[in-house]
Design a protein around this ligand. Sequence first.
Ligand code: S3P
Ligand code: PEP
Length: 457
Amino acid sequence: MTDSPALPAPWPAPVAPGTVDATVTVPGSKSVTNRGLVLAALSSEPGWLRRPLRSRDTLLMAEALRTLGVGIEETASSSSAGSAGADALPGGGEAWRIIPAGLHGPATVDVGNAGTVMRFLPPVAALADGPIRFDGDPRSYERPLDGVIDALRVLGARIDDDGRGALPMTVFGGGAVEGGAVEIDASSSSQFVSALLLSAPRFNQGVEVRHVGAALPSMPHIRMTVDMLRSVGAQVDTPEAGGEPNVWRVTPGALLGRDLVVEPDLSNAQPFLAAALVTGGRVTIPDWPEHTTQPGDALREIFTAMGGSCELTDHGLTFTGNGKIHGIDVDLSEVGELTPGIAAVAALADSPSTLRGVAHLRLHETDRLAALTKELNELGGDVTETADGLHIRPRPLHGGIFHTYEDHRLATAAAVIGLAVEGVEVENVATTGKTLPDFPAMWTEMLDPSAAPARRA
Ligand SMILES: O=C(O)C1=C[C@@H](OP(=O)(O)O)[C@@H](O)[C@H](O)C1
Ligand SMILES: C=C(OP(=O)(O)O)C(=O)O
């Protein structure tokens, strides 16, 4: 948890020159893009992903699928336009055309530090032919994967790991997975459940996943998995649809190639909405979906409870701050990825906050509870870790380096603090590239909309 000498100079987080008044177009959802890629790769016909997120996590997913034999091509705006060639991924066509093919090894998958890649792809690899090695950033070795590894073994896959139930590992794909019933403890990550459900239509017997153990976090992300599976023709039984609690069933069957438009990433909208709250200004996020399974939608309620108001219109979601920020006592277990941004706002509030239900954040990109506590306290804050969250007592803060631990959401949280506190410097702001590569420029543009043309020129 120290500075790396190789890192560039920290980014001076700009203090808000006044009340923010901006419209911020947020790129596509990481969670939708990576599910869309996996489902399209497993389909029986080509599909489209429009306005996909292009960030480290999604490019790693695309690259891994290509390594396994899937075609992913950059295209212009419509399906009648020709492909720009398979090597154009990181740049910017408007859509990806995904052409499923026989999945095969030998291959090596770099998961980076992407939970979606390290959890969603091993079941895909088990369906492939040949050995597929999984490796990633040092932190990926520490993030839990046992639920996926153990379940795949029960369902008929062969996996060699070093016995810790974590990366690095090799999946020896046998070209098919028998599937069937399996019990897992997914209390450390909902992504275990999502991972098994996403590939299950291709298992010989489909799957019945039963979660046993402490409460499951991030339920909206499991609903997102179920909705997206159904949208490509899969049959899924869920607890919500009158089934047994904590049991999901997927019937084997072919998946359809679809044309999917990716919603903006509502969790990445968070720092911009927070800017309206913190400065008493107004921020509009275009294309905010009326109905969504994204956890970021909960910000409408959470940030309204902390001050200000929001309105969803044809123009998008407009959040208007009123110059006051109130503390909050809230269970974030369903929306854990919002915790760093809520903690930042809470540190600037007029009363204490308690953020609960997020013990599993200790196993995210970094130990988020420890990192938030340390970094906010080093700026003069008064934050204590609880068994399952944070207690935040606002204090006058001062400037200093905010370390980010290769965690995109720590970096964006620091930028929110910097709006109100002079001299906050964000270490390794480039780590926002995990899900939002353009963050520093978007932030500057939000504070000074006249900067927009220069950036685009
Ligand atoms: O399935 C997904 O896309 C995600 C599920 C959640 O993971 P956990 O359940 O591990 O918190 C969330 O925090 C992560 O950012 C994305
Ligand atoms: C926890 C997160 O990511 P991952 O998909 O790597 O789990 C996150 O984006 O907040």
